[in-house]
Design a protein around this ligand. Structure first.
Ligand SMILES: [Fe+2]
Ligand SMILES: [Fe+2]
Length: 503
């Protein structure tokens, strides 16, 4: 167990004092305990002390008073990933039901705060790209400048002339591991670029650095002009974020990846969901909003030999079939839908809402918005992002995996960017303003794409990965992706409680 703890510490780029290690080893699950302690930290220190752990436990107990999924303190729950929603149905559903009133008692209160739809200006010129990255750098470096842990902050050109310890902020132009195990990162700002060494002998060598990310480093330039790092800082989100409990007792159901048109669409399980939300219990009646996280239909030609997996091989007919399912849901619901990489809009992110021709298929209680989209529903800010960038993050950061999408979501919040890597599998449109930057901290952060299900919390932000309505396709089987379909996370906005219902 001690070895496993040390491996986790190395992965997270930190060390631990002996008394803190002894304390953790006395816990039921030391590795999970430590994971939650680290996740709750404003900044991961070079050495974790017993005091850090005590403080993290105090914060977790506070958070637990608000967010109860398992009946245990959420931030210290032994599993961060929820792969089988049914286990949480008991206590969680009761928590929501106890306070539920019919959602029809409340007026609609939904505002779109940030969405590319109708605002795209880019043409993809070289000039567009340089403006785009400049905007990204400006916004994210502005966030880093607010941090207190970047002492003697200077620009890169000046850092190269100094021999004392300084901090610099830059965009990562390149990140690689040398044959000796050092991490070598090229950082760039508006003045110059510099090679930064994250020594193999320190936990920094495991820091999750990816290209085009904006980071801060503390260190000293050596005689060879190499910046030797002693600390690595991400913009991150504040630790003191609190869920703004709405005065209105309404709930939101989160769906994603319906993939209508696929032979593997789970029709029967969708019908069960439809029946429950139409004539179900108090929880069902408390749901006033449904947010759908993209991949609404299966699309055409999205992956090799997809035609063999299609039940409907016309994109318009796929949307017609999906619209029929949506029209059969109760009209009291307001349904918000973002597109995903299978939908018929431009693949480059940020993606605009479905086109007018498709939108008109849906009833008037449906609102089509872009991907990503920041919404405010009864005072609660929801960032909905399909999650395509997980493909790139999972291949760039060894500690991430498709089976644990919530870890990738936490990393996006730390980076304050939904899709930092340019030139990977996530196409990015060079808009004048980088709408993939997580400018405002959301209260709920939703993704889909990986067809798993997960609910957790990071620094007061509720994280939801919202399942799928498609069983495993042959393509997913080939790529070893095991879906967890037909689960619906439900958040009550007046209490912040989360429940997951399986159909
Ligand atoms: Fe999908
Ligand atoms: Fe997807």
């Amino acid at each position: 167990m001690r070895q496993k703890l040390l491996e986790l510490l190395a992965k997270r780029g930190t060390l631990i004092t002996p008394d803190a290690a002894d304390y953790l080893l006395r816990q039921t699950n030391p590795v999970d305990h430590l994971t939650h302690v680290i996740d709750g930290m404003q900044q991961v220190p070079l050495v974790i002390t017993l005091q850090h752990i005590m403080e993290a436990e105090r914060l977790a107990m506070d958070a637990a008073a608000r967010l109860r999924v398992t009946g245990r303190p959420m931030a210290l729950a032994p599993r961060t990933e929820l792969t089988d929603g049914s286990r949480f149905l008991g206590p969680a559903m009761k928590t929501v039901a106890r306070t539920a009133e019919p959602a029809t008692n409340y007026e609609d209160d939904l505002v779109v705060l940030r969405d590319i739809t109708g605002r795209s200006t880019c043409e993809g010129t070289l000039d567009d790209f340089s403006k785009y990255f400049l905007n990204r750098f400006k916004v994210l470096s502005g966030m880093l400048r607010q941090r207190k842990d970047l002492p003697s902050l200077v620009d890169i050109a000046k850092a190269k002339r100094l021999t004392r310890e300084v901090s610099v902020i830059g965009m990562v132009a390149d990140a690689r591991v040398t044959k000796n195990g050092h991490k070598m990162v090229v950082l760039e700002d508006e003045t110059d670029k510099i090679s930064v060494l994250f020594p193999a002998s320190t936990p920094l060598a495991q820091a999750p650095v990816v290209t085009d990310q904006v980071i801060g480093v503390v260190g000293t330039v050596n005689s060879k002009g190499l910046f030797v790092a002693t600390n690595f800082i991400e913009p991150d989100i504040p630790v003191n974020h609190h869920f703004p409990r709405s005065a209105d007792n309404v709930s939101i159901a989160f769906l994603s990846d319906t993939h209508v048109g696929s032979k593997s669409f789970l029709d029967e399980r969708w019908r069960k969901f439809q029946t429950w939300i139409s004539d179900g219990d108090e929880v069902a009646r408390s749901i006033k909003y449904v947010v759908v996280g993209g991949d609404l239909v299966d699309g055409i030609g999205v992956y090799p030999r997809q035609d063999e997996d299609l039940a409907i091989d016309d994109i318009y007919a796929q949307y017609e079939a999906f619209a029929e399912l949506i029209s059969a849901l109760p009209t009291r619901l307001r349904i918000v839908m973002i597109p995903g990489n299978h939908d018929a809009v431009r693949p480059a992110e940020p993606q605009p809402a479905l086109t007018e021709g498709v939108r008109k298929l849906f009833p008037s209680n449906v609102l089509c918005v872009g991907n990503p989209c920041l919404l405010r529903i009864h005072g609660v800010r929801i960032l909905a992002y399909h999650g395509r960038s997980m493909d790139d993050l999972v291949s760039a950061i060894p500690s991430l995996s498709y089976a644990r999408p919530l870890d990738a979501m936490r990393e996006m919040l730390r980076m304050r960017h939904l899709a930092p890597i340019y030139g990977g599998r996530t196409p990015i449109a060079p808009e004048a303003q980088d709408l993939l930057v997580i400018d405002e901290v959301p209260d709920i952060f939703l993704t889909g794409h990986v067809h798993g299900v997960g609910v957790s919390e990071y620094r007061g932000v509720t994280l939801i990965n919202s399942s799928a309505w498609q069983s495993q396709t042959s393509y997913q089987k080939m790529r070893n992706l095991e879906p967890v379909p037909a689960r619906v996370p439900i958040v009550n906005l007046s209490t912040g409680t989360v429940a997951v219902k399986e159909f």
